[in-house]
Design a protein around this ligand. Structure first.
Ligand code: SF4
Length: 381
């Protein structure tokens, strides 16, 4: 089956945050309506091309700010996806929401439309830091959005947090972690701020800027998050993700396990499981994407099919992101000794340096390996 997961990219926001390098831009209600209309069309075109896909295990509306869509628009997208591919039992349906764009009635209507998991991009609860990030919401709106989501019946809520912010001290971070733990969301994604070239933050905070916590301070914040969140009962199940038992993001786990997924919308990526897999991407240009879909053609630009060696590399560096890690024996069986041999040697070396560890028949990152994961992944590229 080419895919069992669906990602819908809604690229529109109210304004552009200074640190953001995602494919997103300020958009109007009519631009959002056009994206929805064409996403519906794109799903139909994909269903015609990939007849053996589905039923869907998860649907993820990301962006951008998909919570700017009306609940009726979300409902149309979900209904169409269910009509075309069907949903597996307990299909996980996530909506990314910006706390500055939701109200108690809109959250209740999103729940009613079939969304069963909410990912709230709070980032921090400190107004001074939110302002520095250029977010449209403040701490009170984030707290209210969380309470309204609970009142609307959401029993699976994820909060995004960012550390290493300009002017953020270790005690600011501690305060945030304690408040968030008291809120008891089912899931937390914890990132450190990355300053990407081409963003306003890159000009404001060039490499080496003293206005940001340095690497050691940021690493200490991530270690604090690991310590406090695991102590509060959250499993650190992926480098940047923590969940109460049973509440890991099934959609994102699908990415790390190399499940097939279809990306719909401008800039969306897909992994289609044909042979060893084929990665495709839609143009990261709304007009170009809209023109192609409007003329009845899929907008996917396909990369060459993956070779077995490339698929094995992906399986290792994606699988190792997760605390469960990978199973060398099953990789060996699936890909054969010749392809496996160099990776087996890298694993032995990384165990010796304390970045990987063996747990039964699995190999996974150590705590230190989680902080230095990029060094580990380089070995498998
Ligand atoms: S709301 Fe999210 S996607 Fe939109 S500009 Fe800000 S960080 Fe980027």
């Amino acid at each position: 089956m080419p895919f069992s997961r669906l990602y819908l990219h809604i690229p529109w926001c109210l304004n552009k945050c200074g640190y953001c390098a995602f494919f997103s831009a300020p958009g109007t209600p009519s631009q959002r309506a056009e994206t929805v209309r064409l996403s519906l069309r794109e799903m139909e075109l994909a269903a015609r091309r990939y007849t053996a896909a589905g039923p869907l295990a998860s649907v993820y509306l990301g962006g951008g700010t998909p919570s700017l869509l009306t609940p009726e628009q979300v409902s149309r997208l979900l209904n169409r996806s269910r009509d075309l591919w069907g949903y597996q039992t307990a299909c996980e349906i996530t909506l990314e929401a910006n706390p500055g764009t939701v109200t108690p009635p809109s959250l209740a209507a999103f729940r009613q439309a079939g969304v069963n998991r909410l990912s709230l991009g709070i980032q921090t609860l400190d107004d001074r830091l939110l302002q520095a990030l250029g977010r449209i919401h403040n701490g009170a709106q984030a707290r209210n959005a969380y309470a309204a989501a609970r009142a609307a019946g959401f029993t699976s809520i994820s909060l995004d947090l960012i550390c290493g912010l300009p002017g953020q001290s270790h005690s600011d971070w501690l305060l945030l972690l304690h408040e968030v733990i008291a809120l008891a969301p089912e899931h937390l994604s914890v990132y450190s701020l990355t300053i990407e070239a081409g963003t306003p933050f890159y000009r404001r905070y060039p490499p080496g800027s003293k206005a940001l916590p340095d690497d050691d301070q940021t690493a200490a914040m991530l270690e604090e998050a690991d310590h406090l969140l695991t102590g509060a009962g959250y499993g650190h199940y992926e480098i940047a993700n923590f969940a109460l038992p049973g509440h890991h993001s099934r959609h994102n786990c699908g990415y790390w396990q190399r499940d097939g997924y279809l990306g719909v919308g401008p800039g969306a990526h897909s992994l289609l499981l044909q042979g060893w897999g084929r990665r495709c991407s839609n143009p990261a240009d709304h007009r170009q994407w809209a023109d192609l879909i409007g003329s009845g053609r899929l907008a996917q630009v396909a990369e060459p099919p993956l070779t077995a060696a490339e698929a094995l590399s992906e399986q290792l560096f994606l699988g190792l992101r997760m605390a469960d890690g990978v199973t060398p024996e099953s990789c060996l069986q699936q890909f054969g000794p010749a392809l496996w041999a160099p990776h087996g040697e890298s694993i032995v070396e990384l165990i010796a340096t304390g970045l990987l560890e063996r747990c039964g028949d699995r190999v996974a990152l150590t705590r230190r390996g989680m902080l230095l994961a990029n060094q580990v992944f380089l070995k498998f590229l």
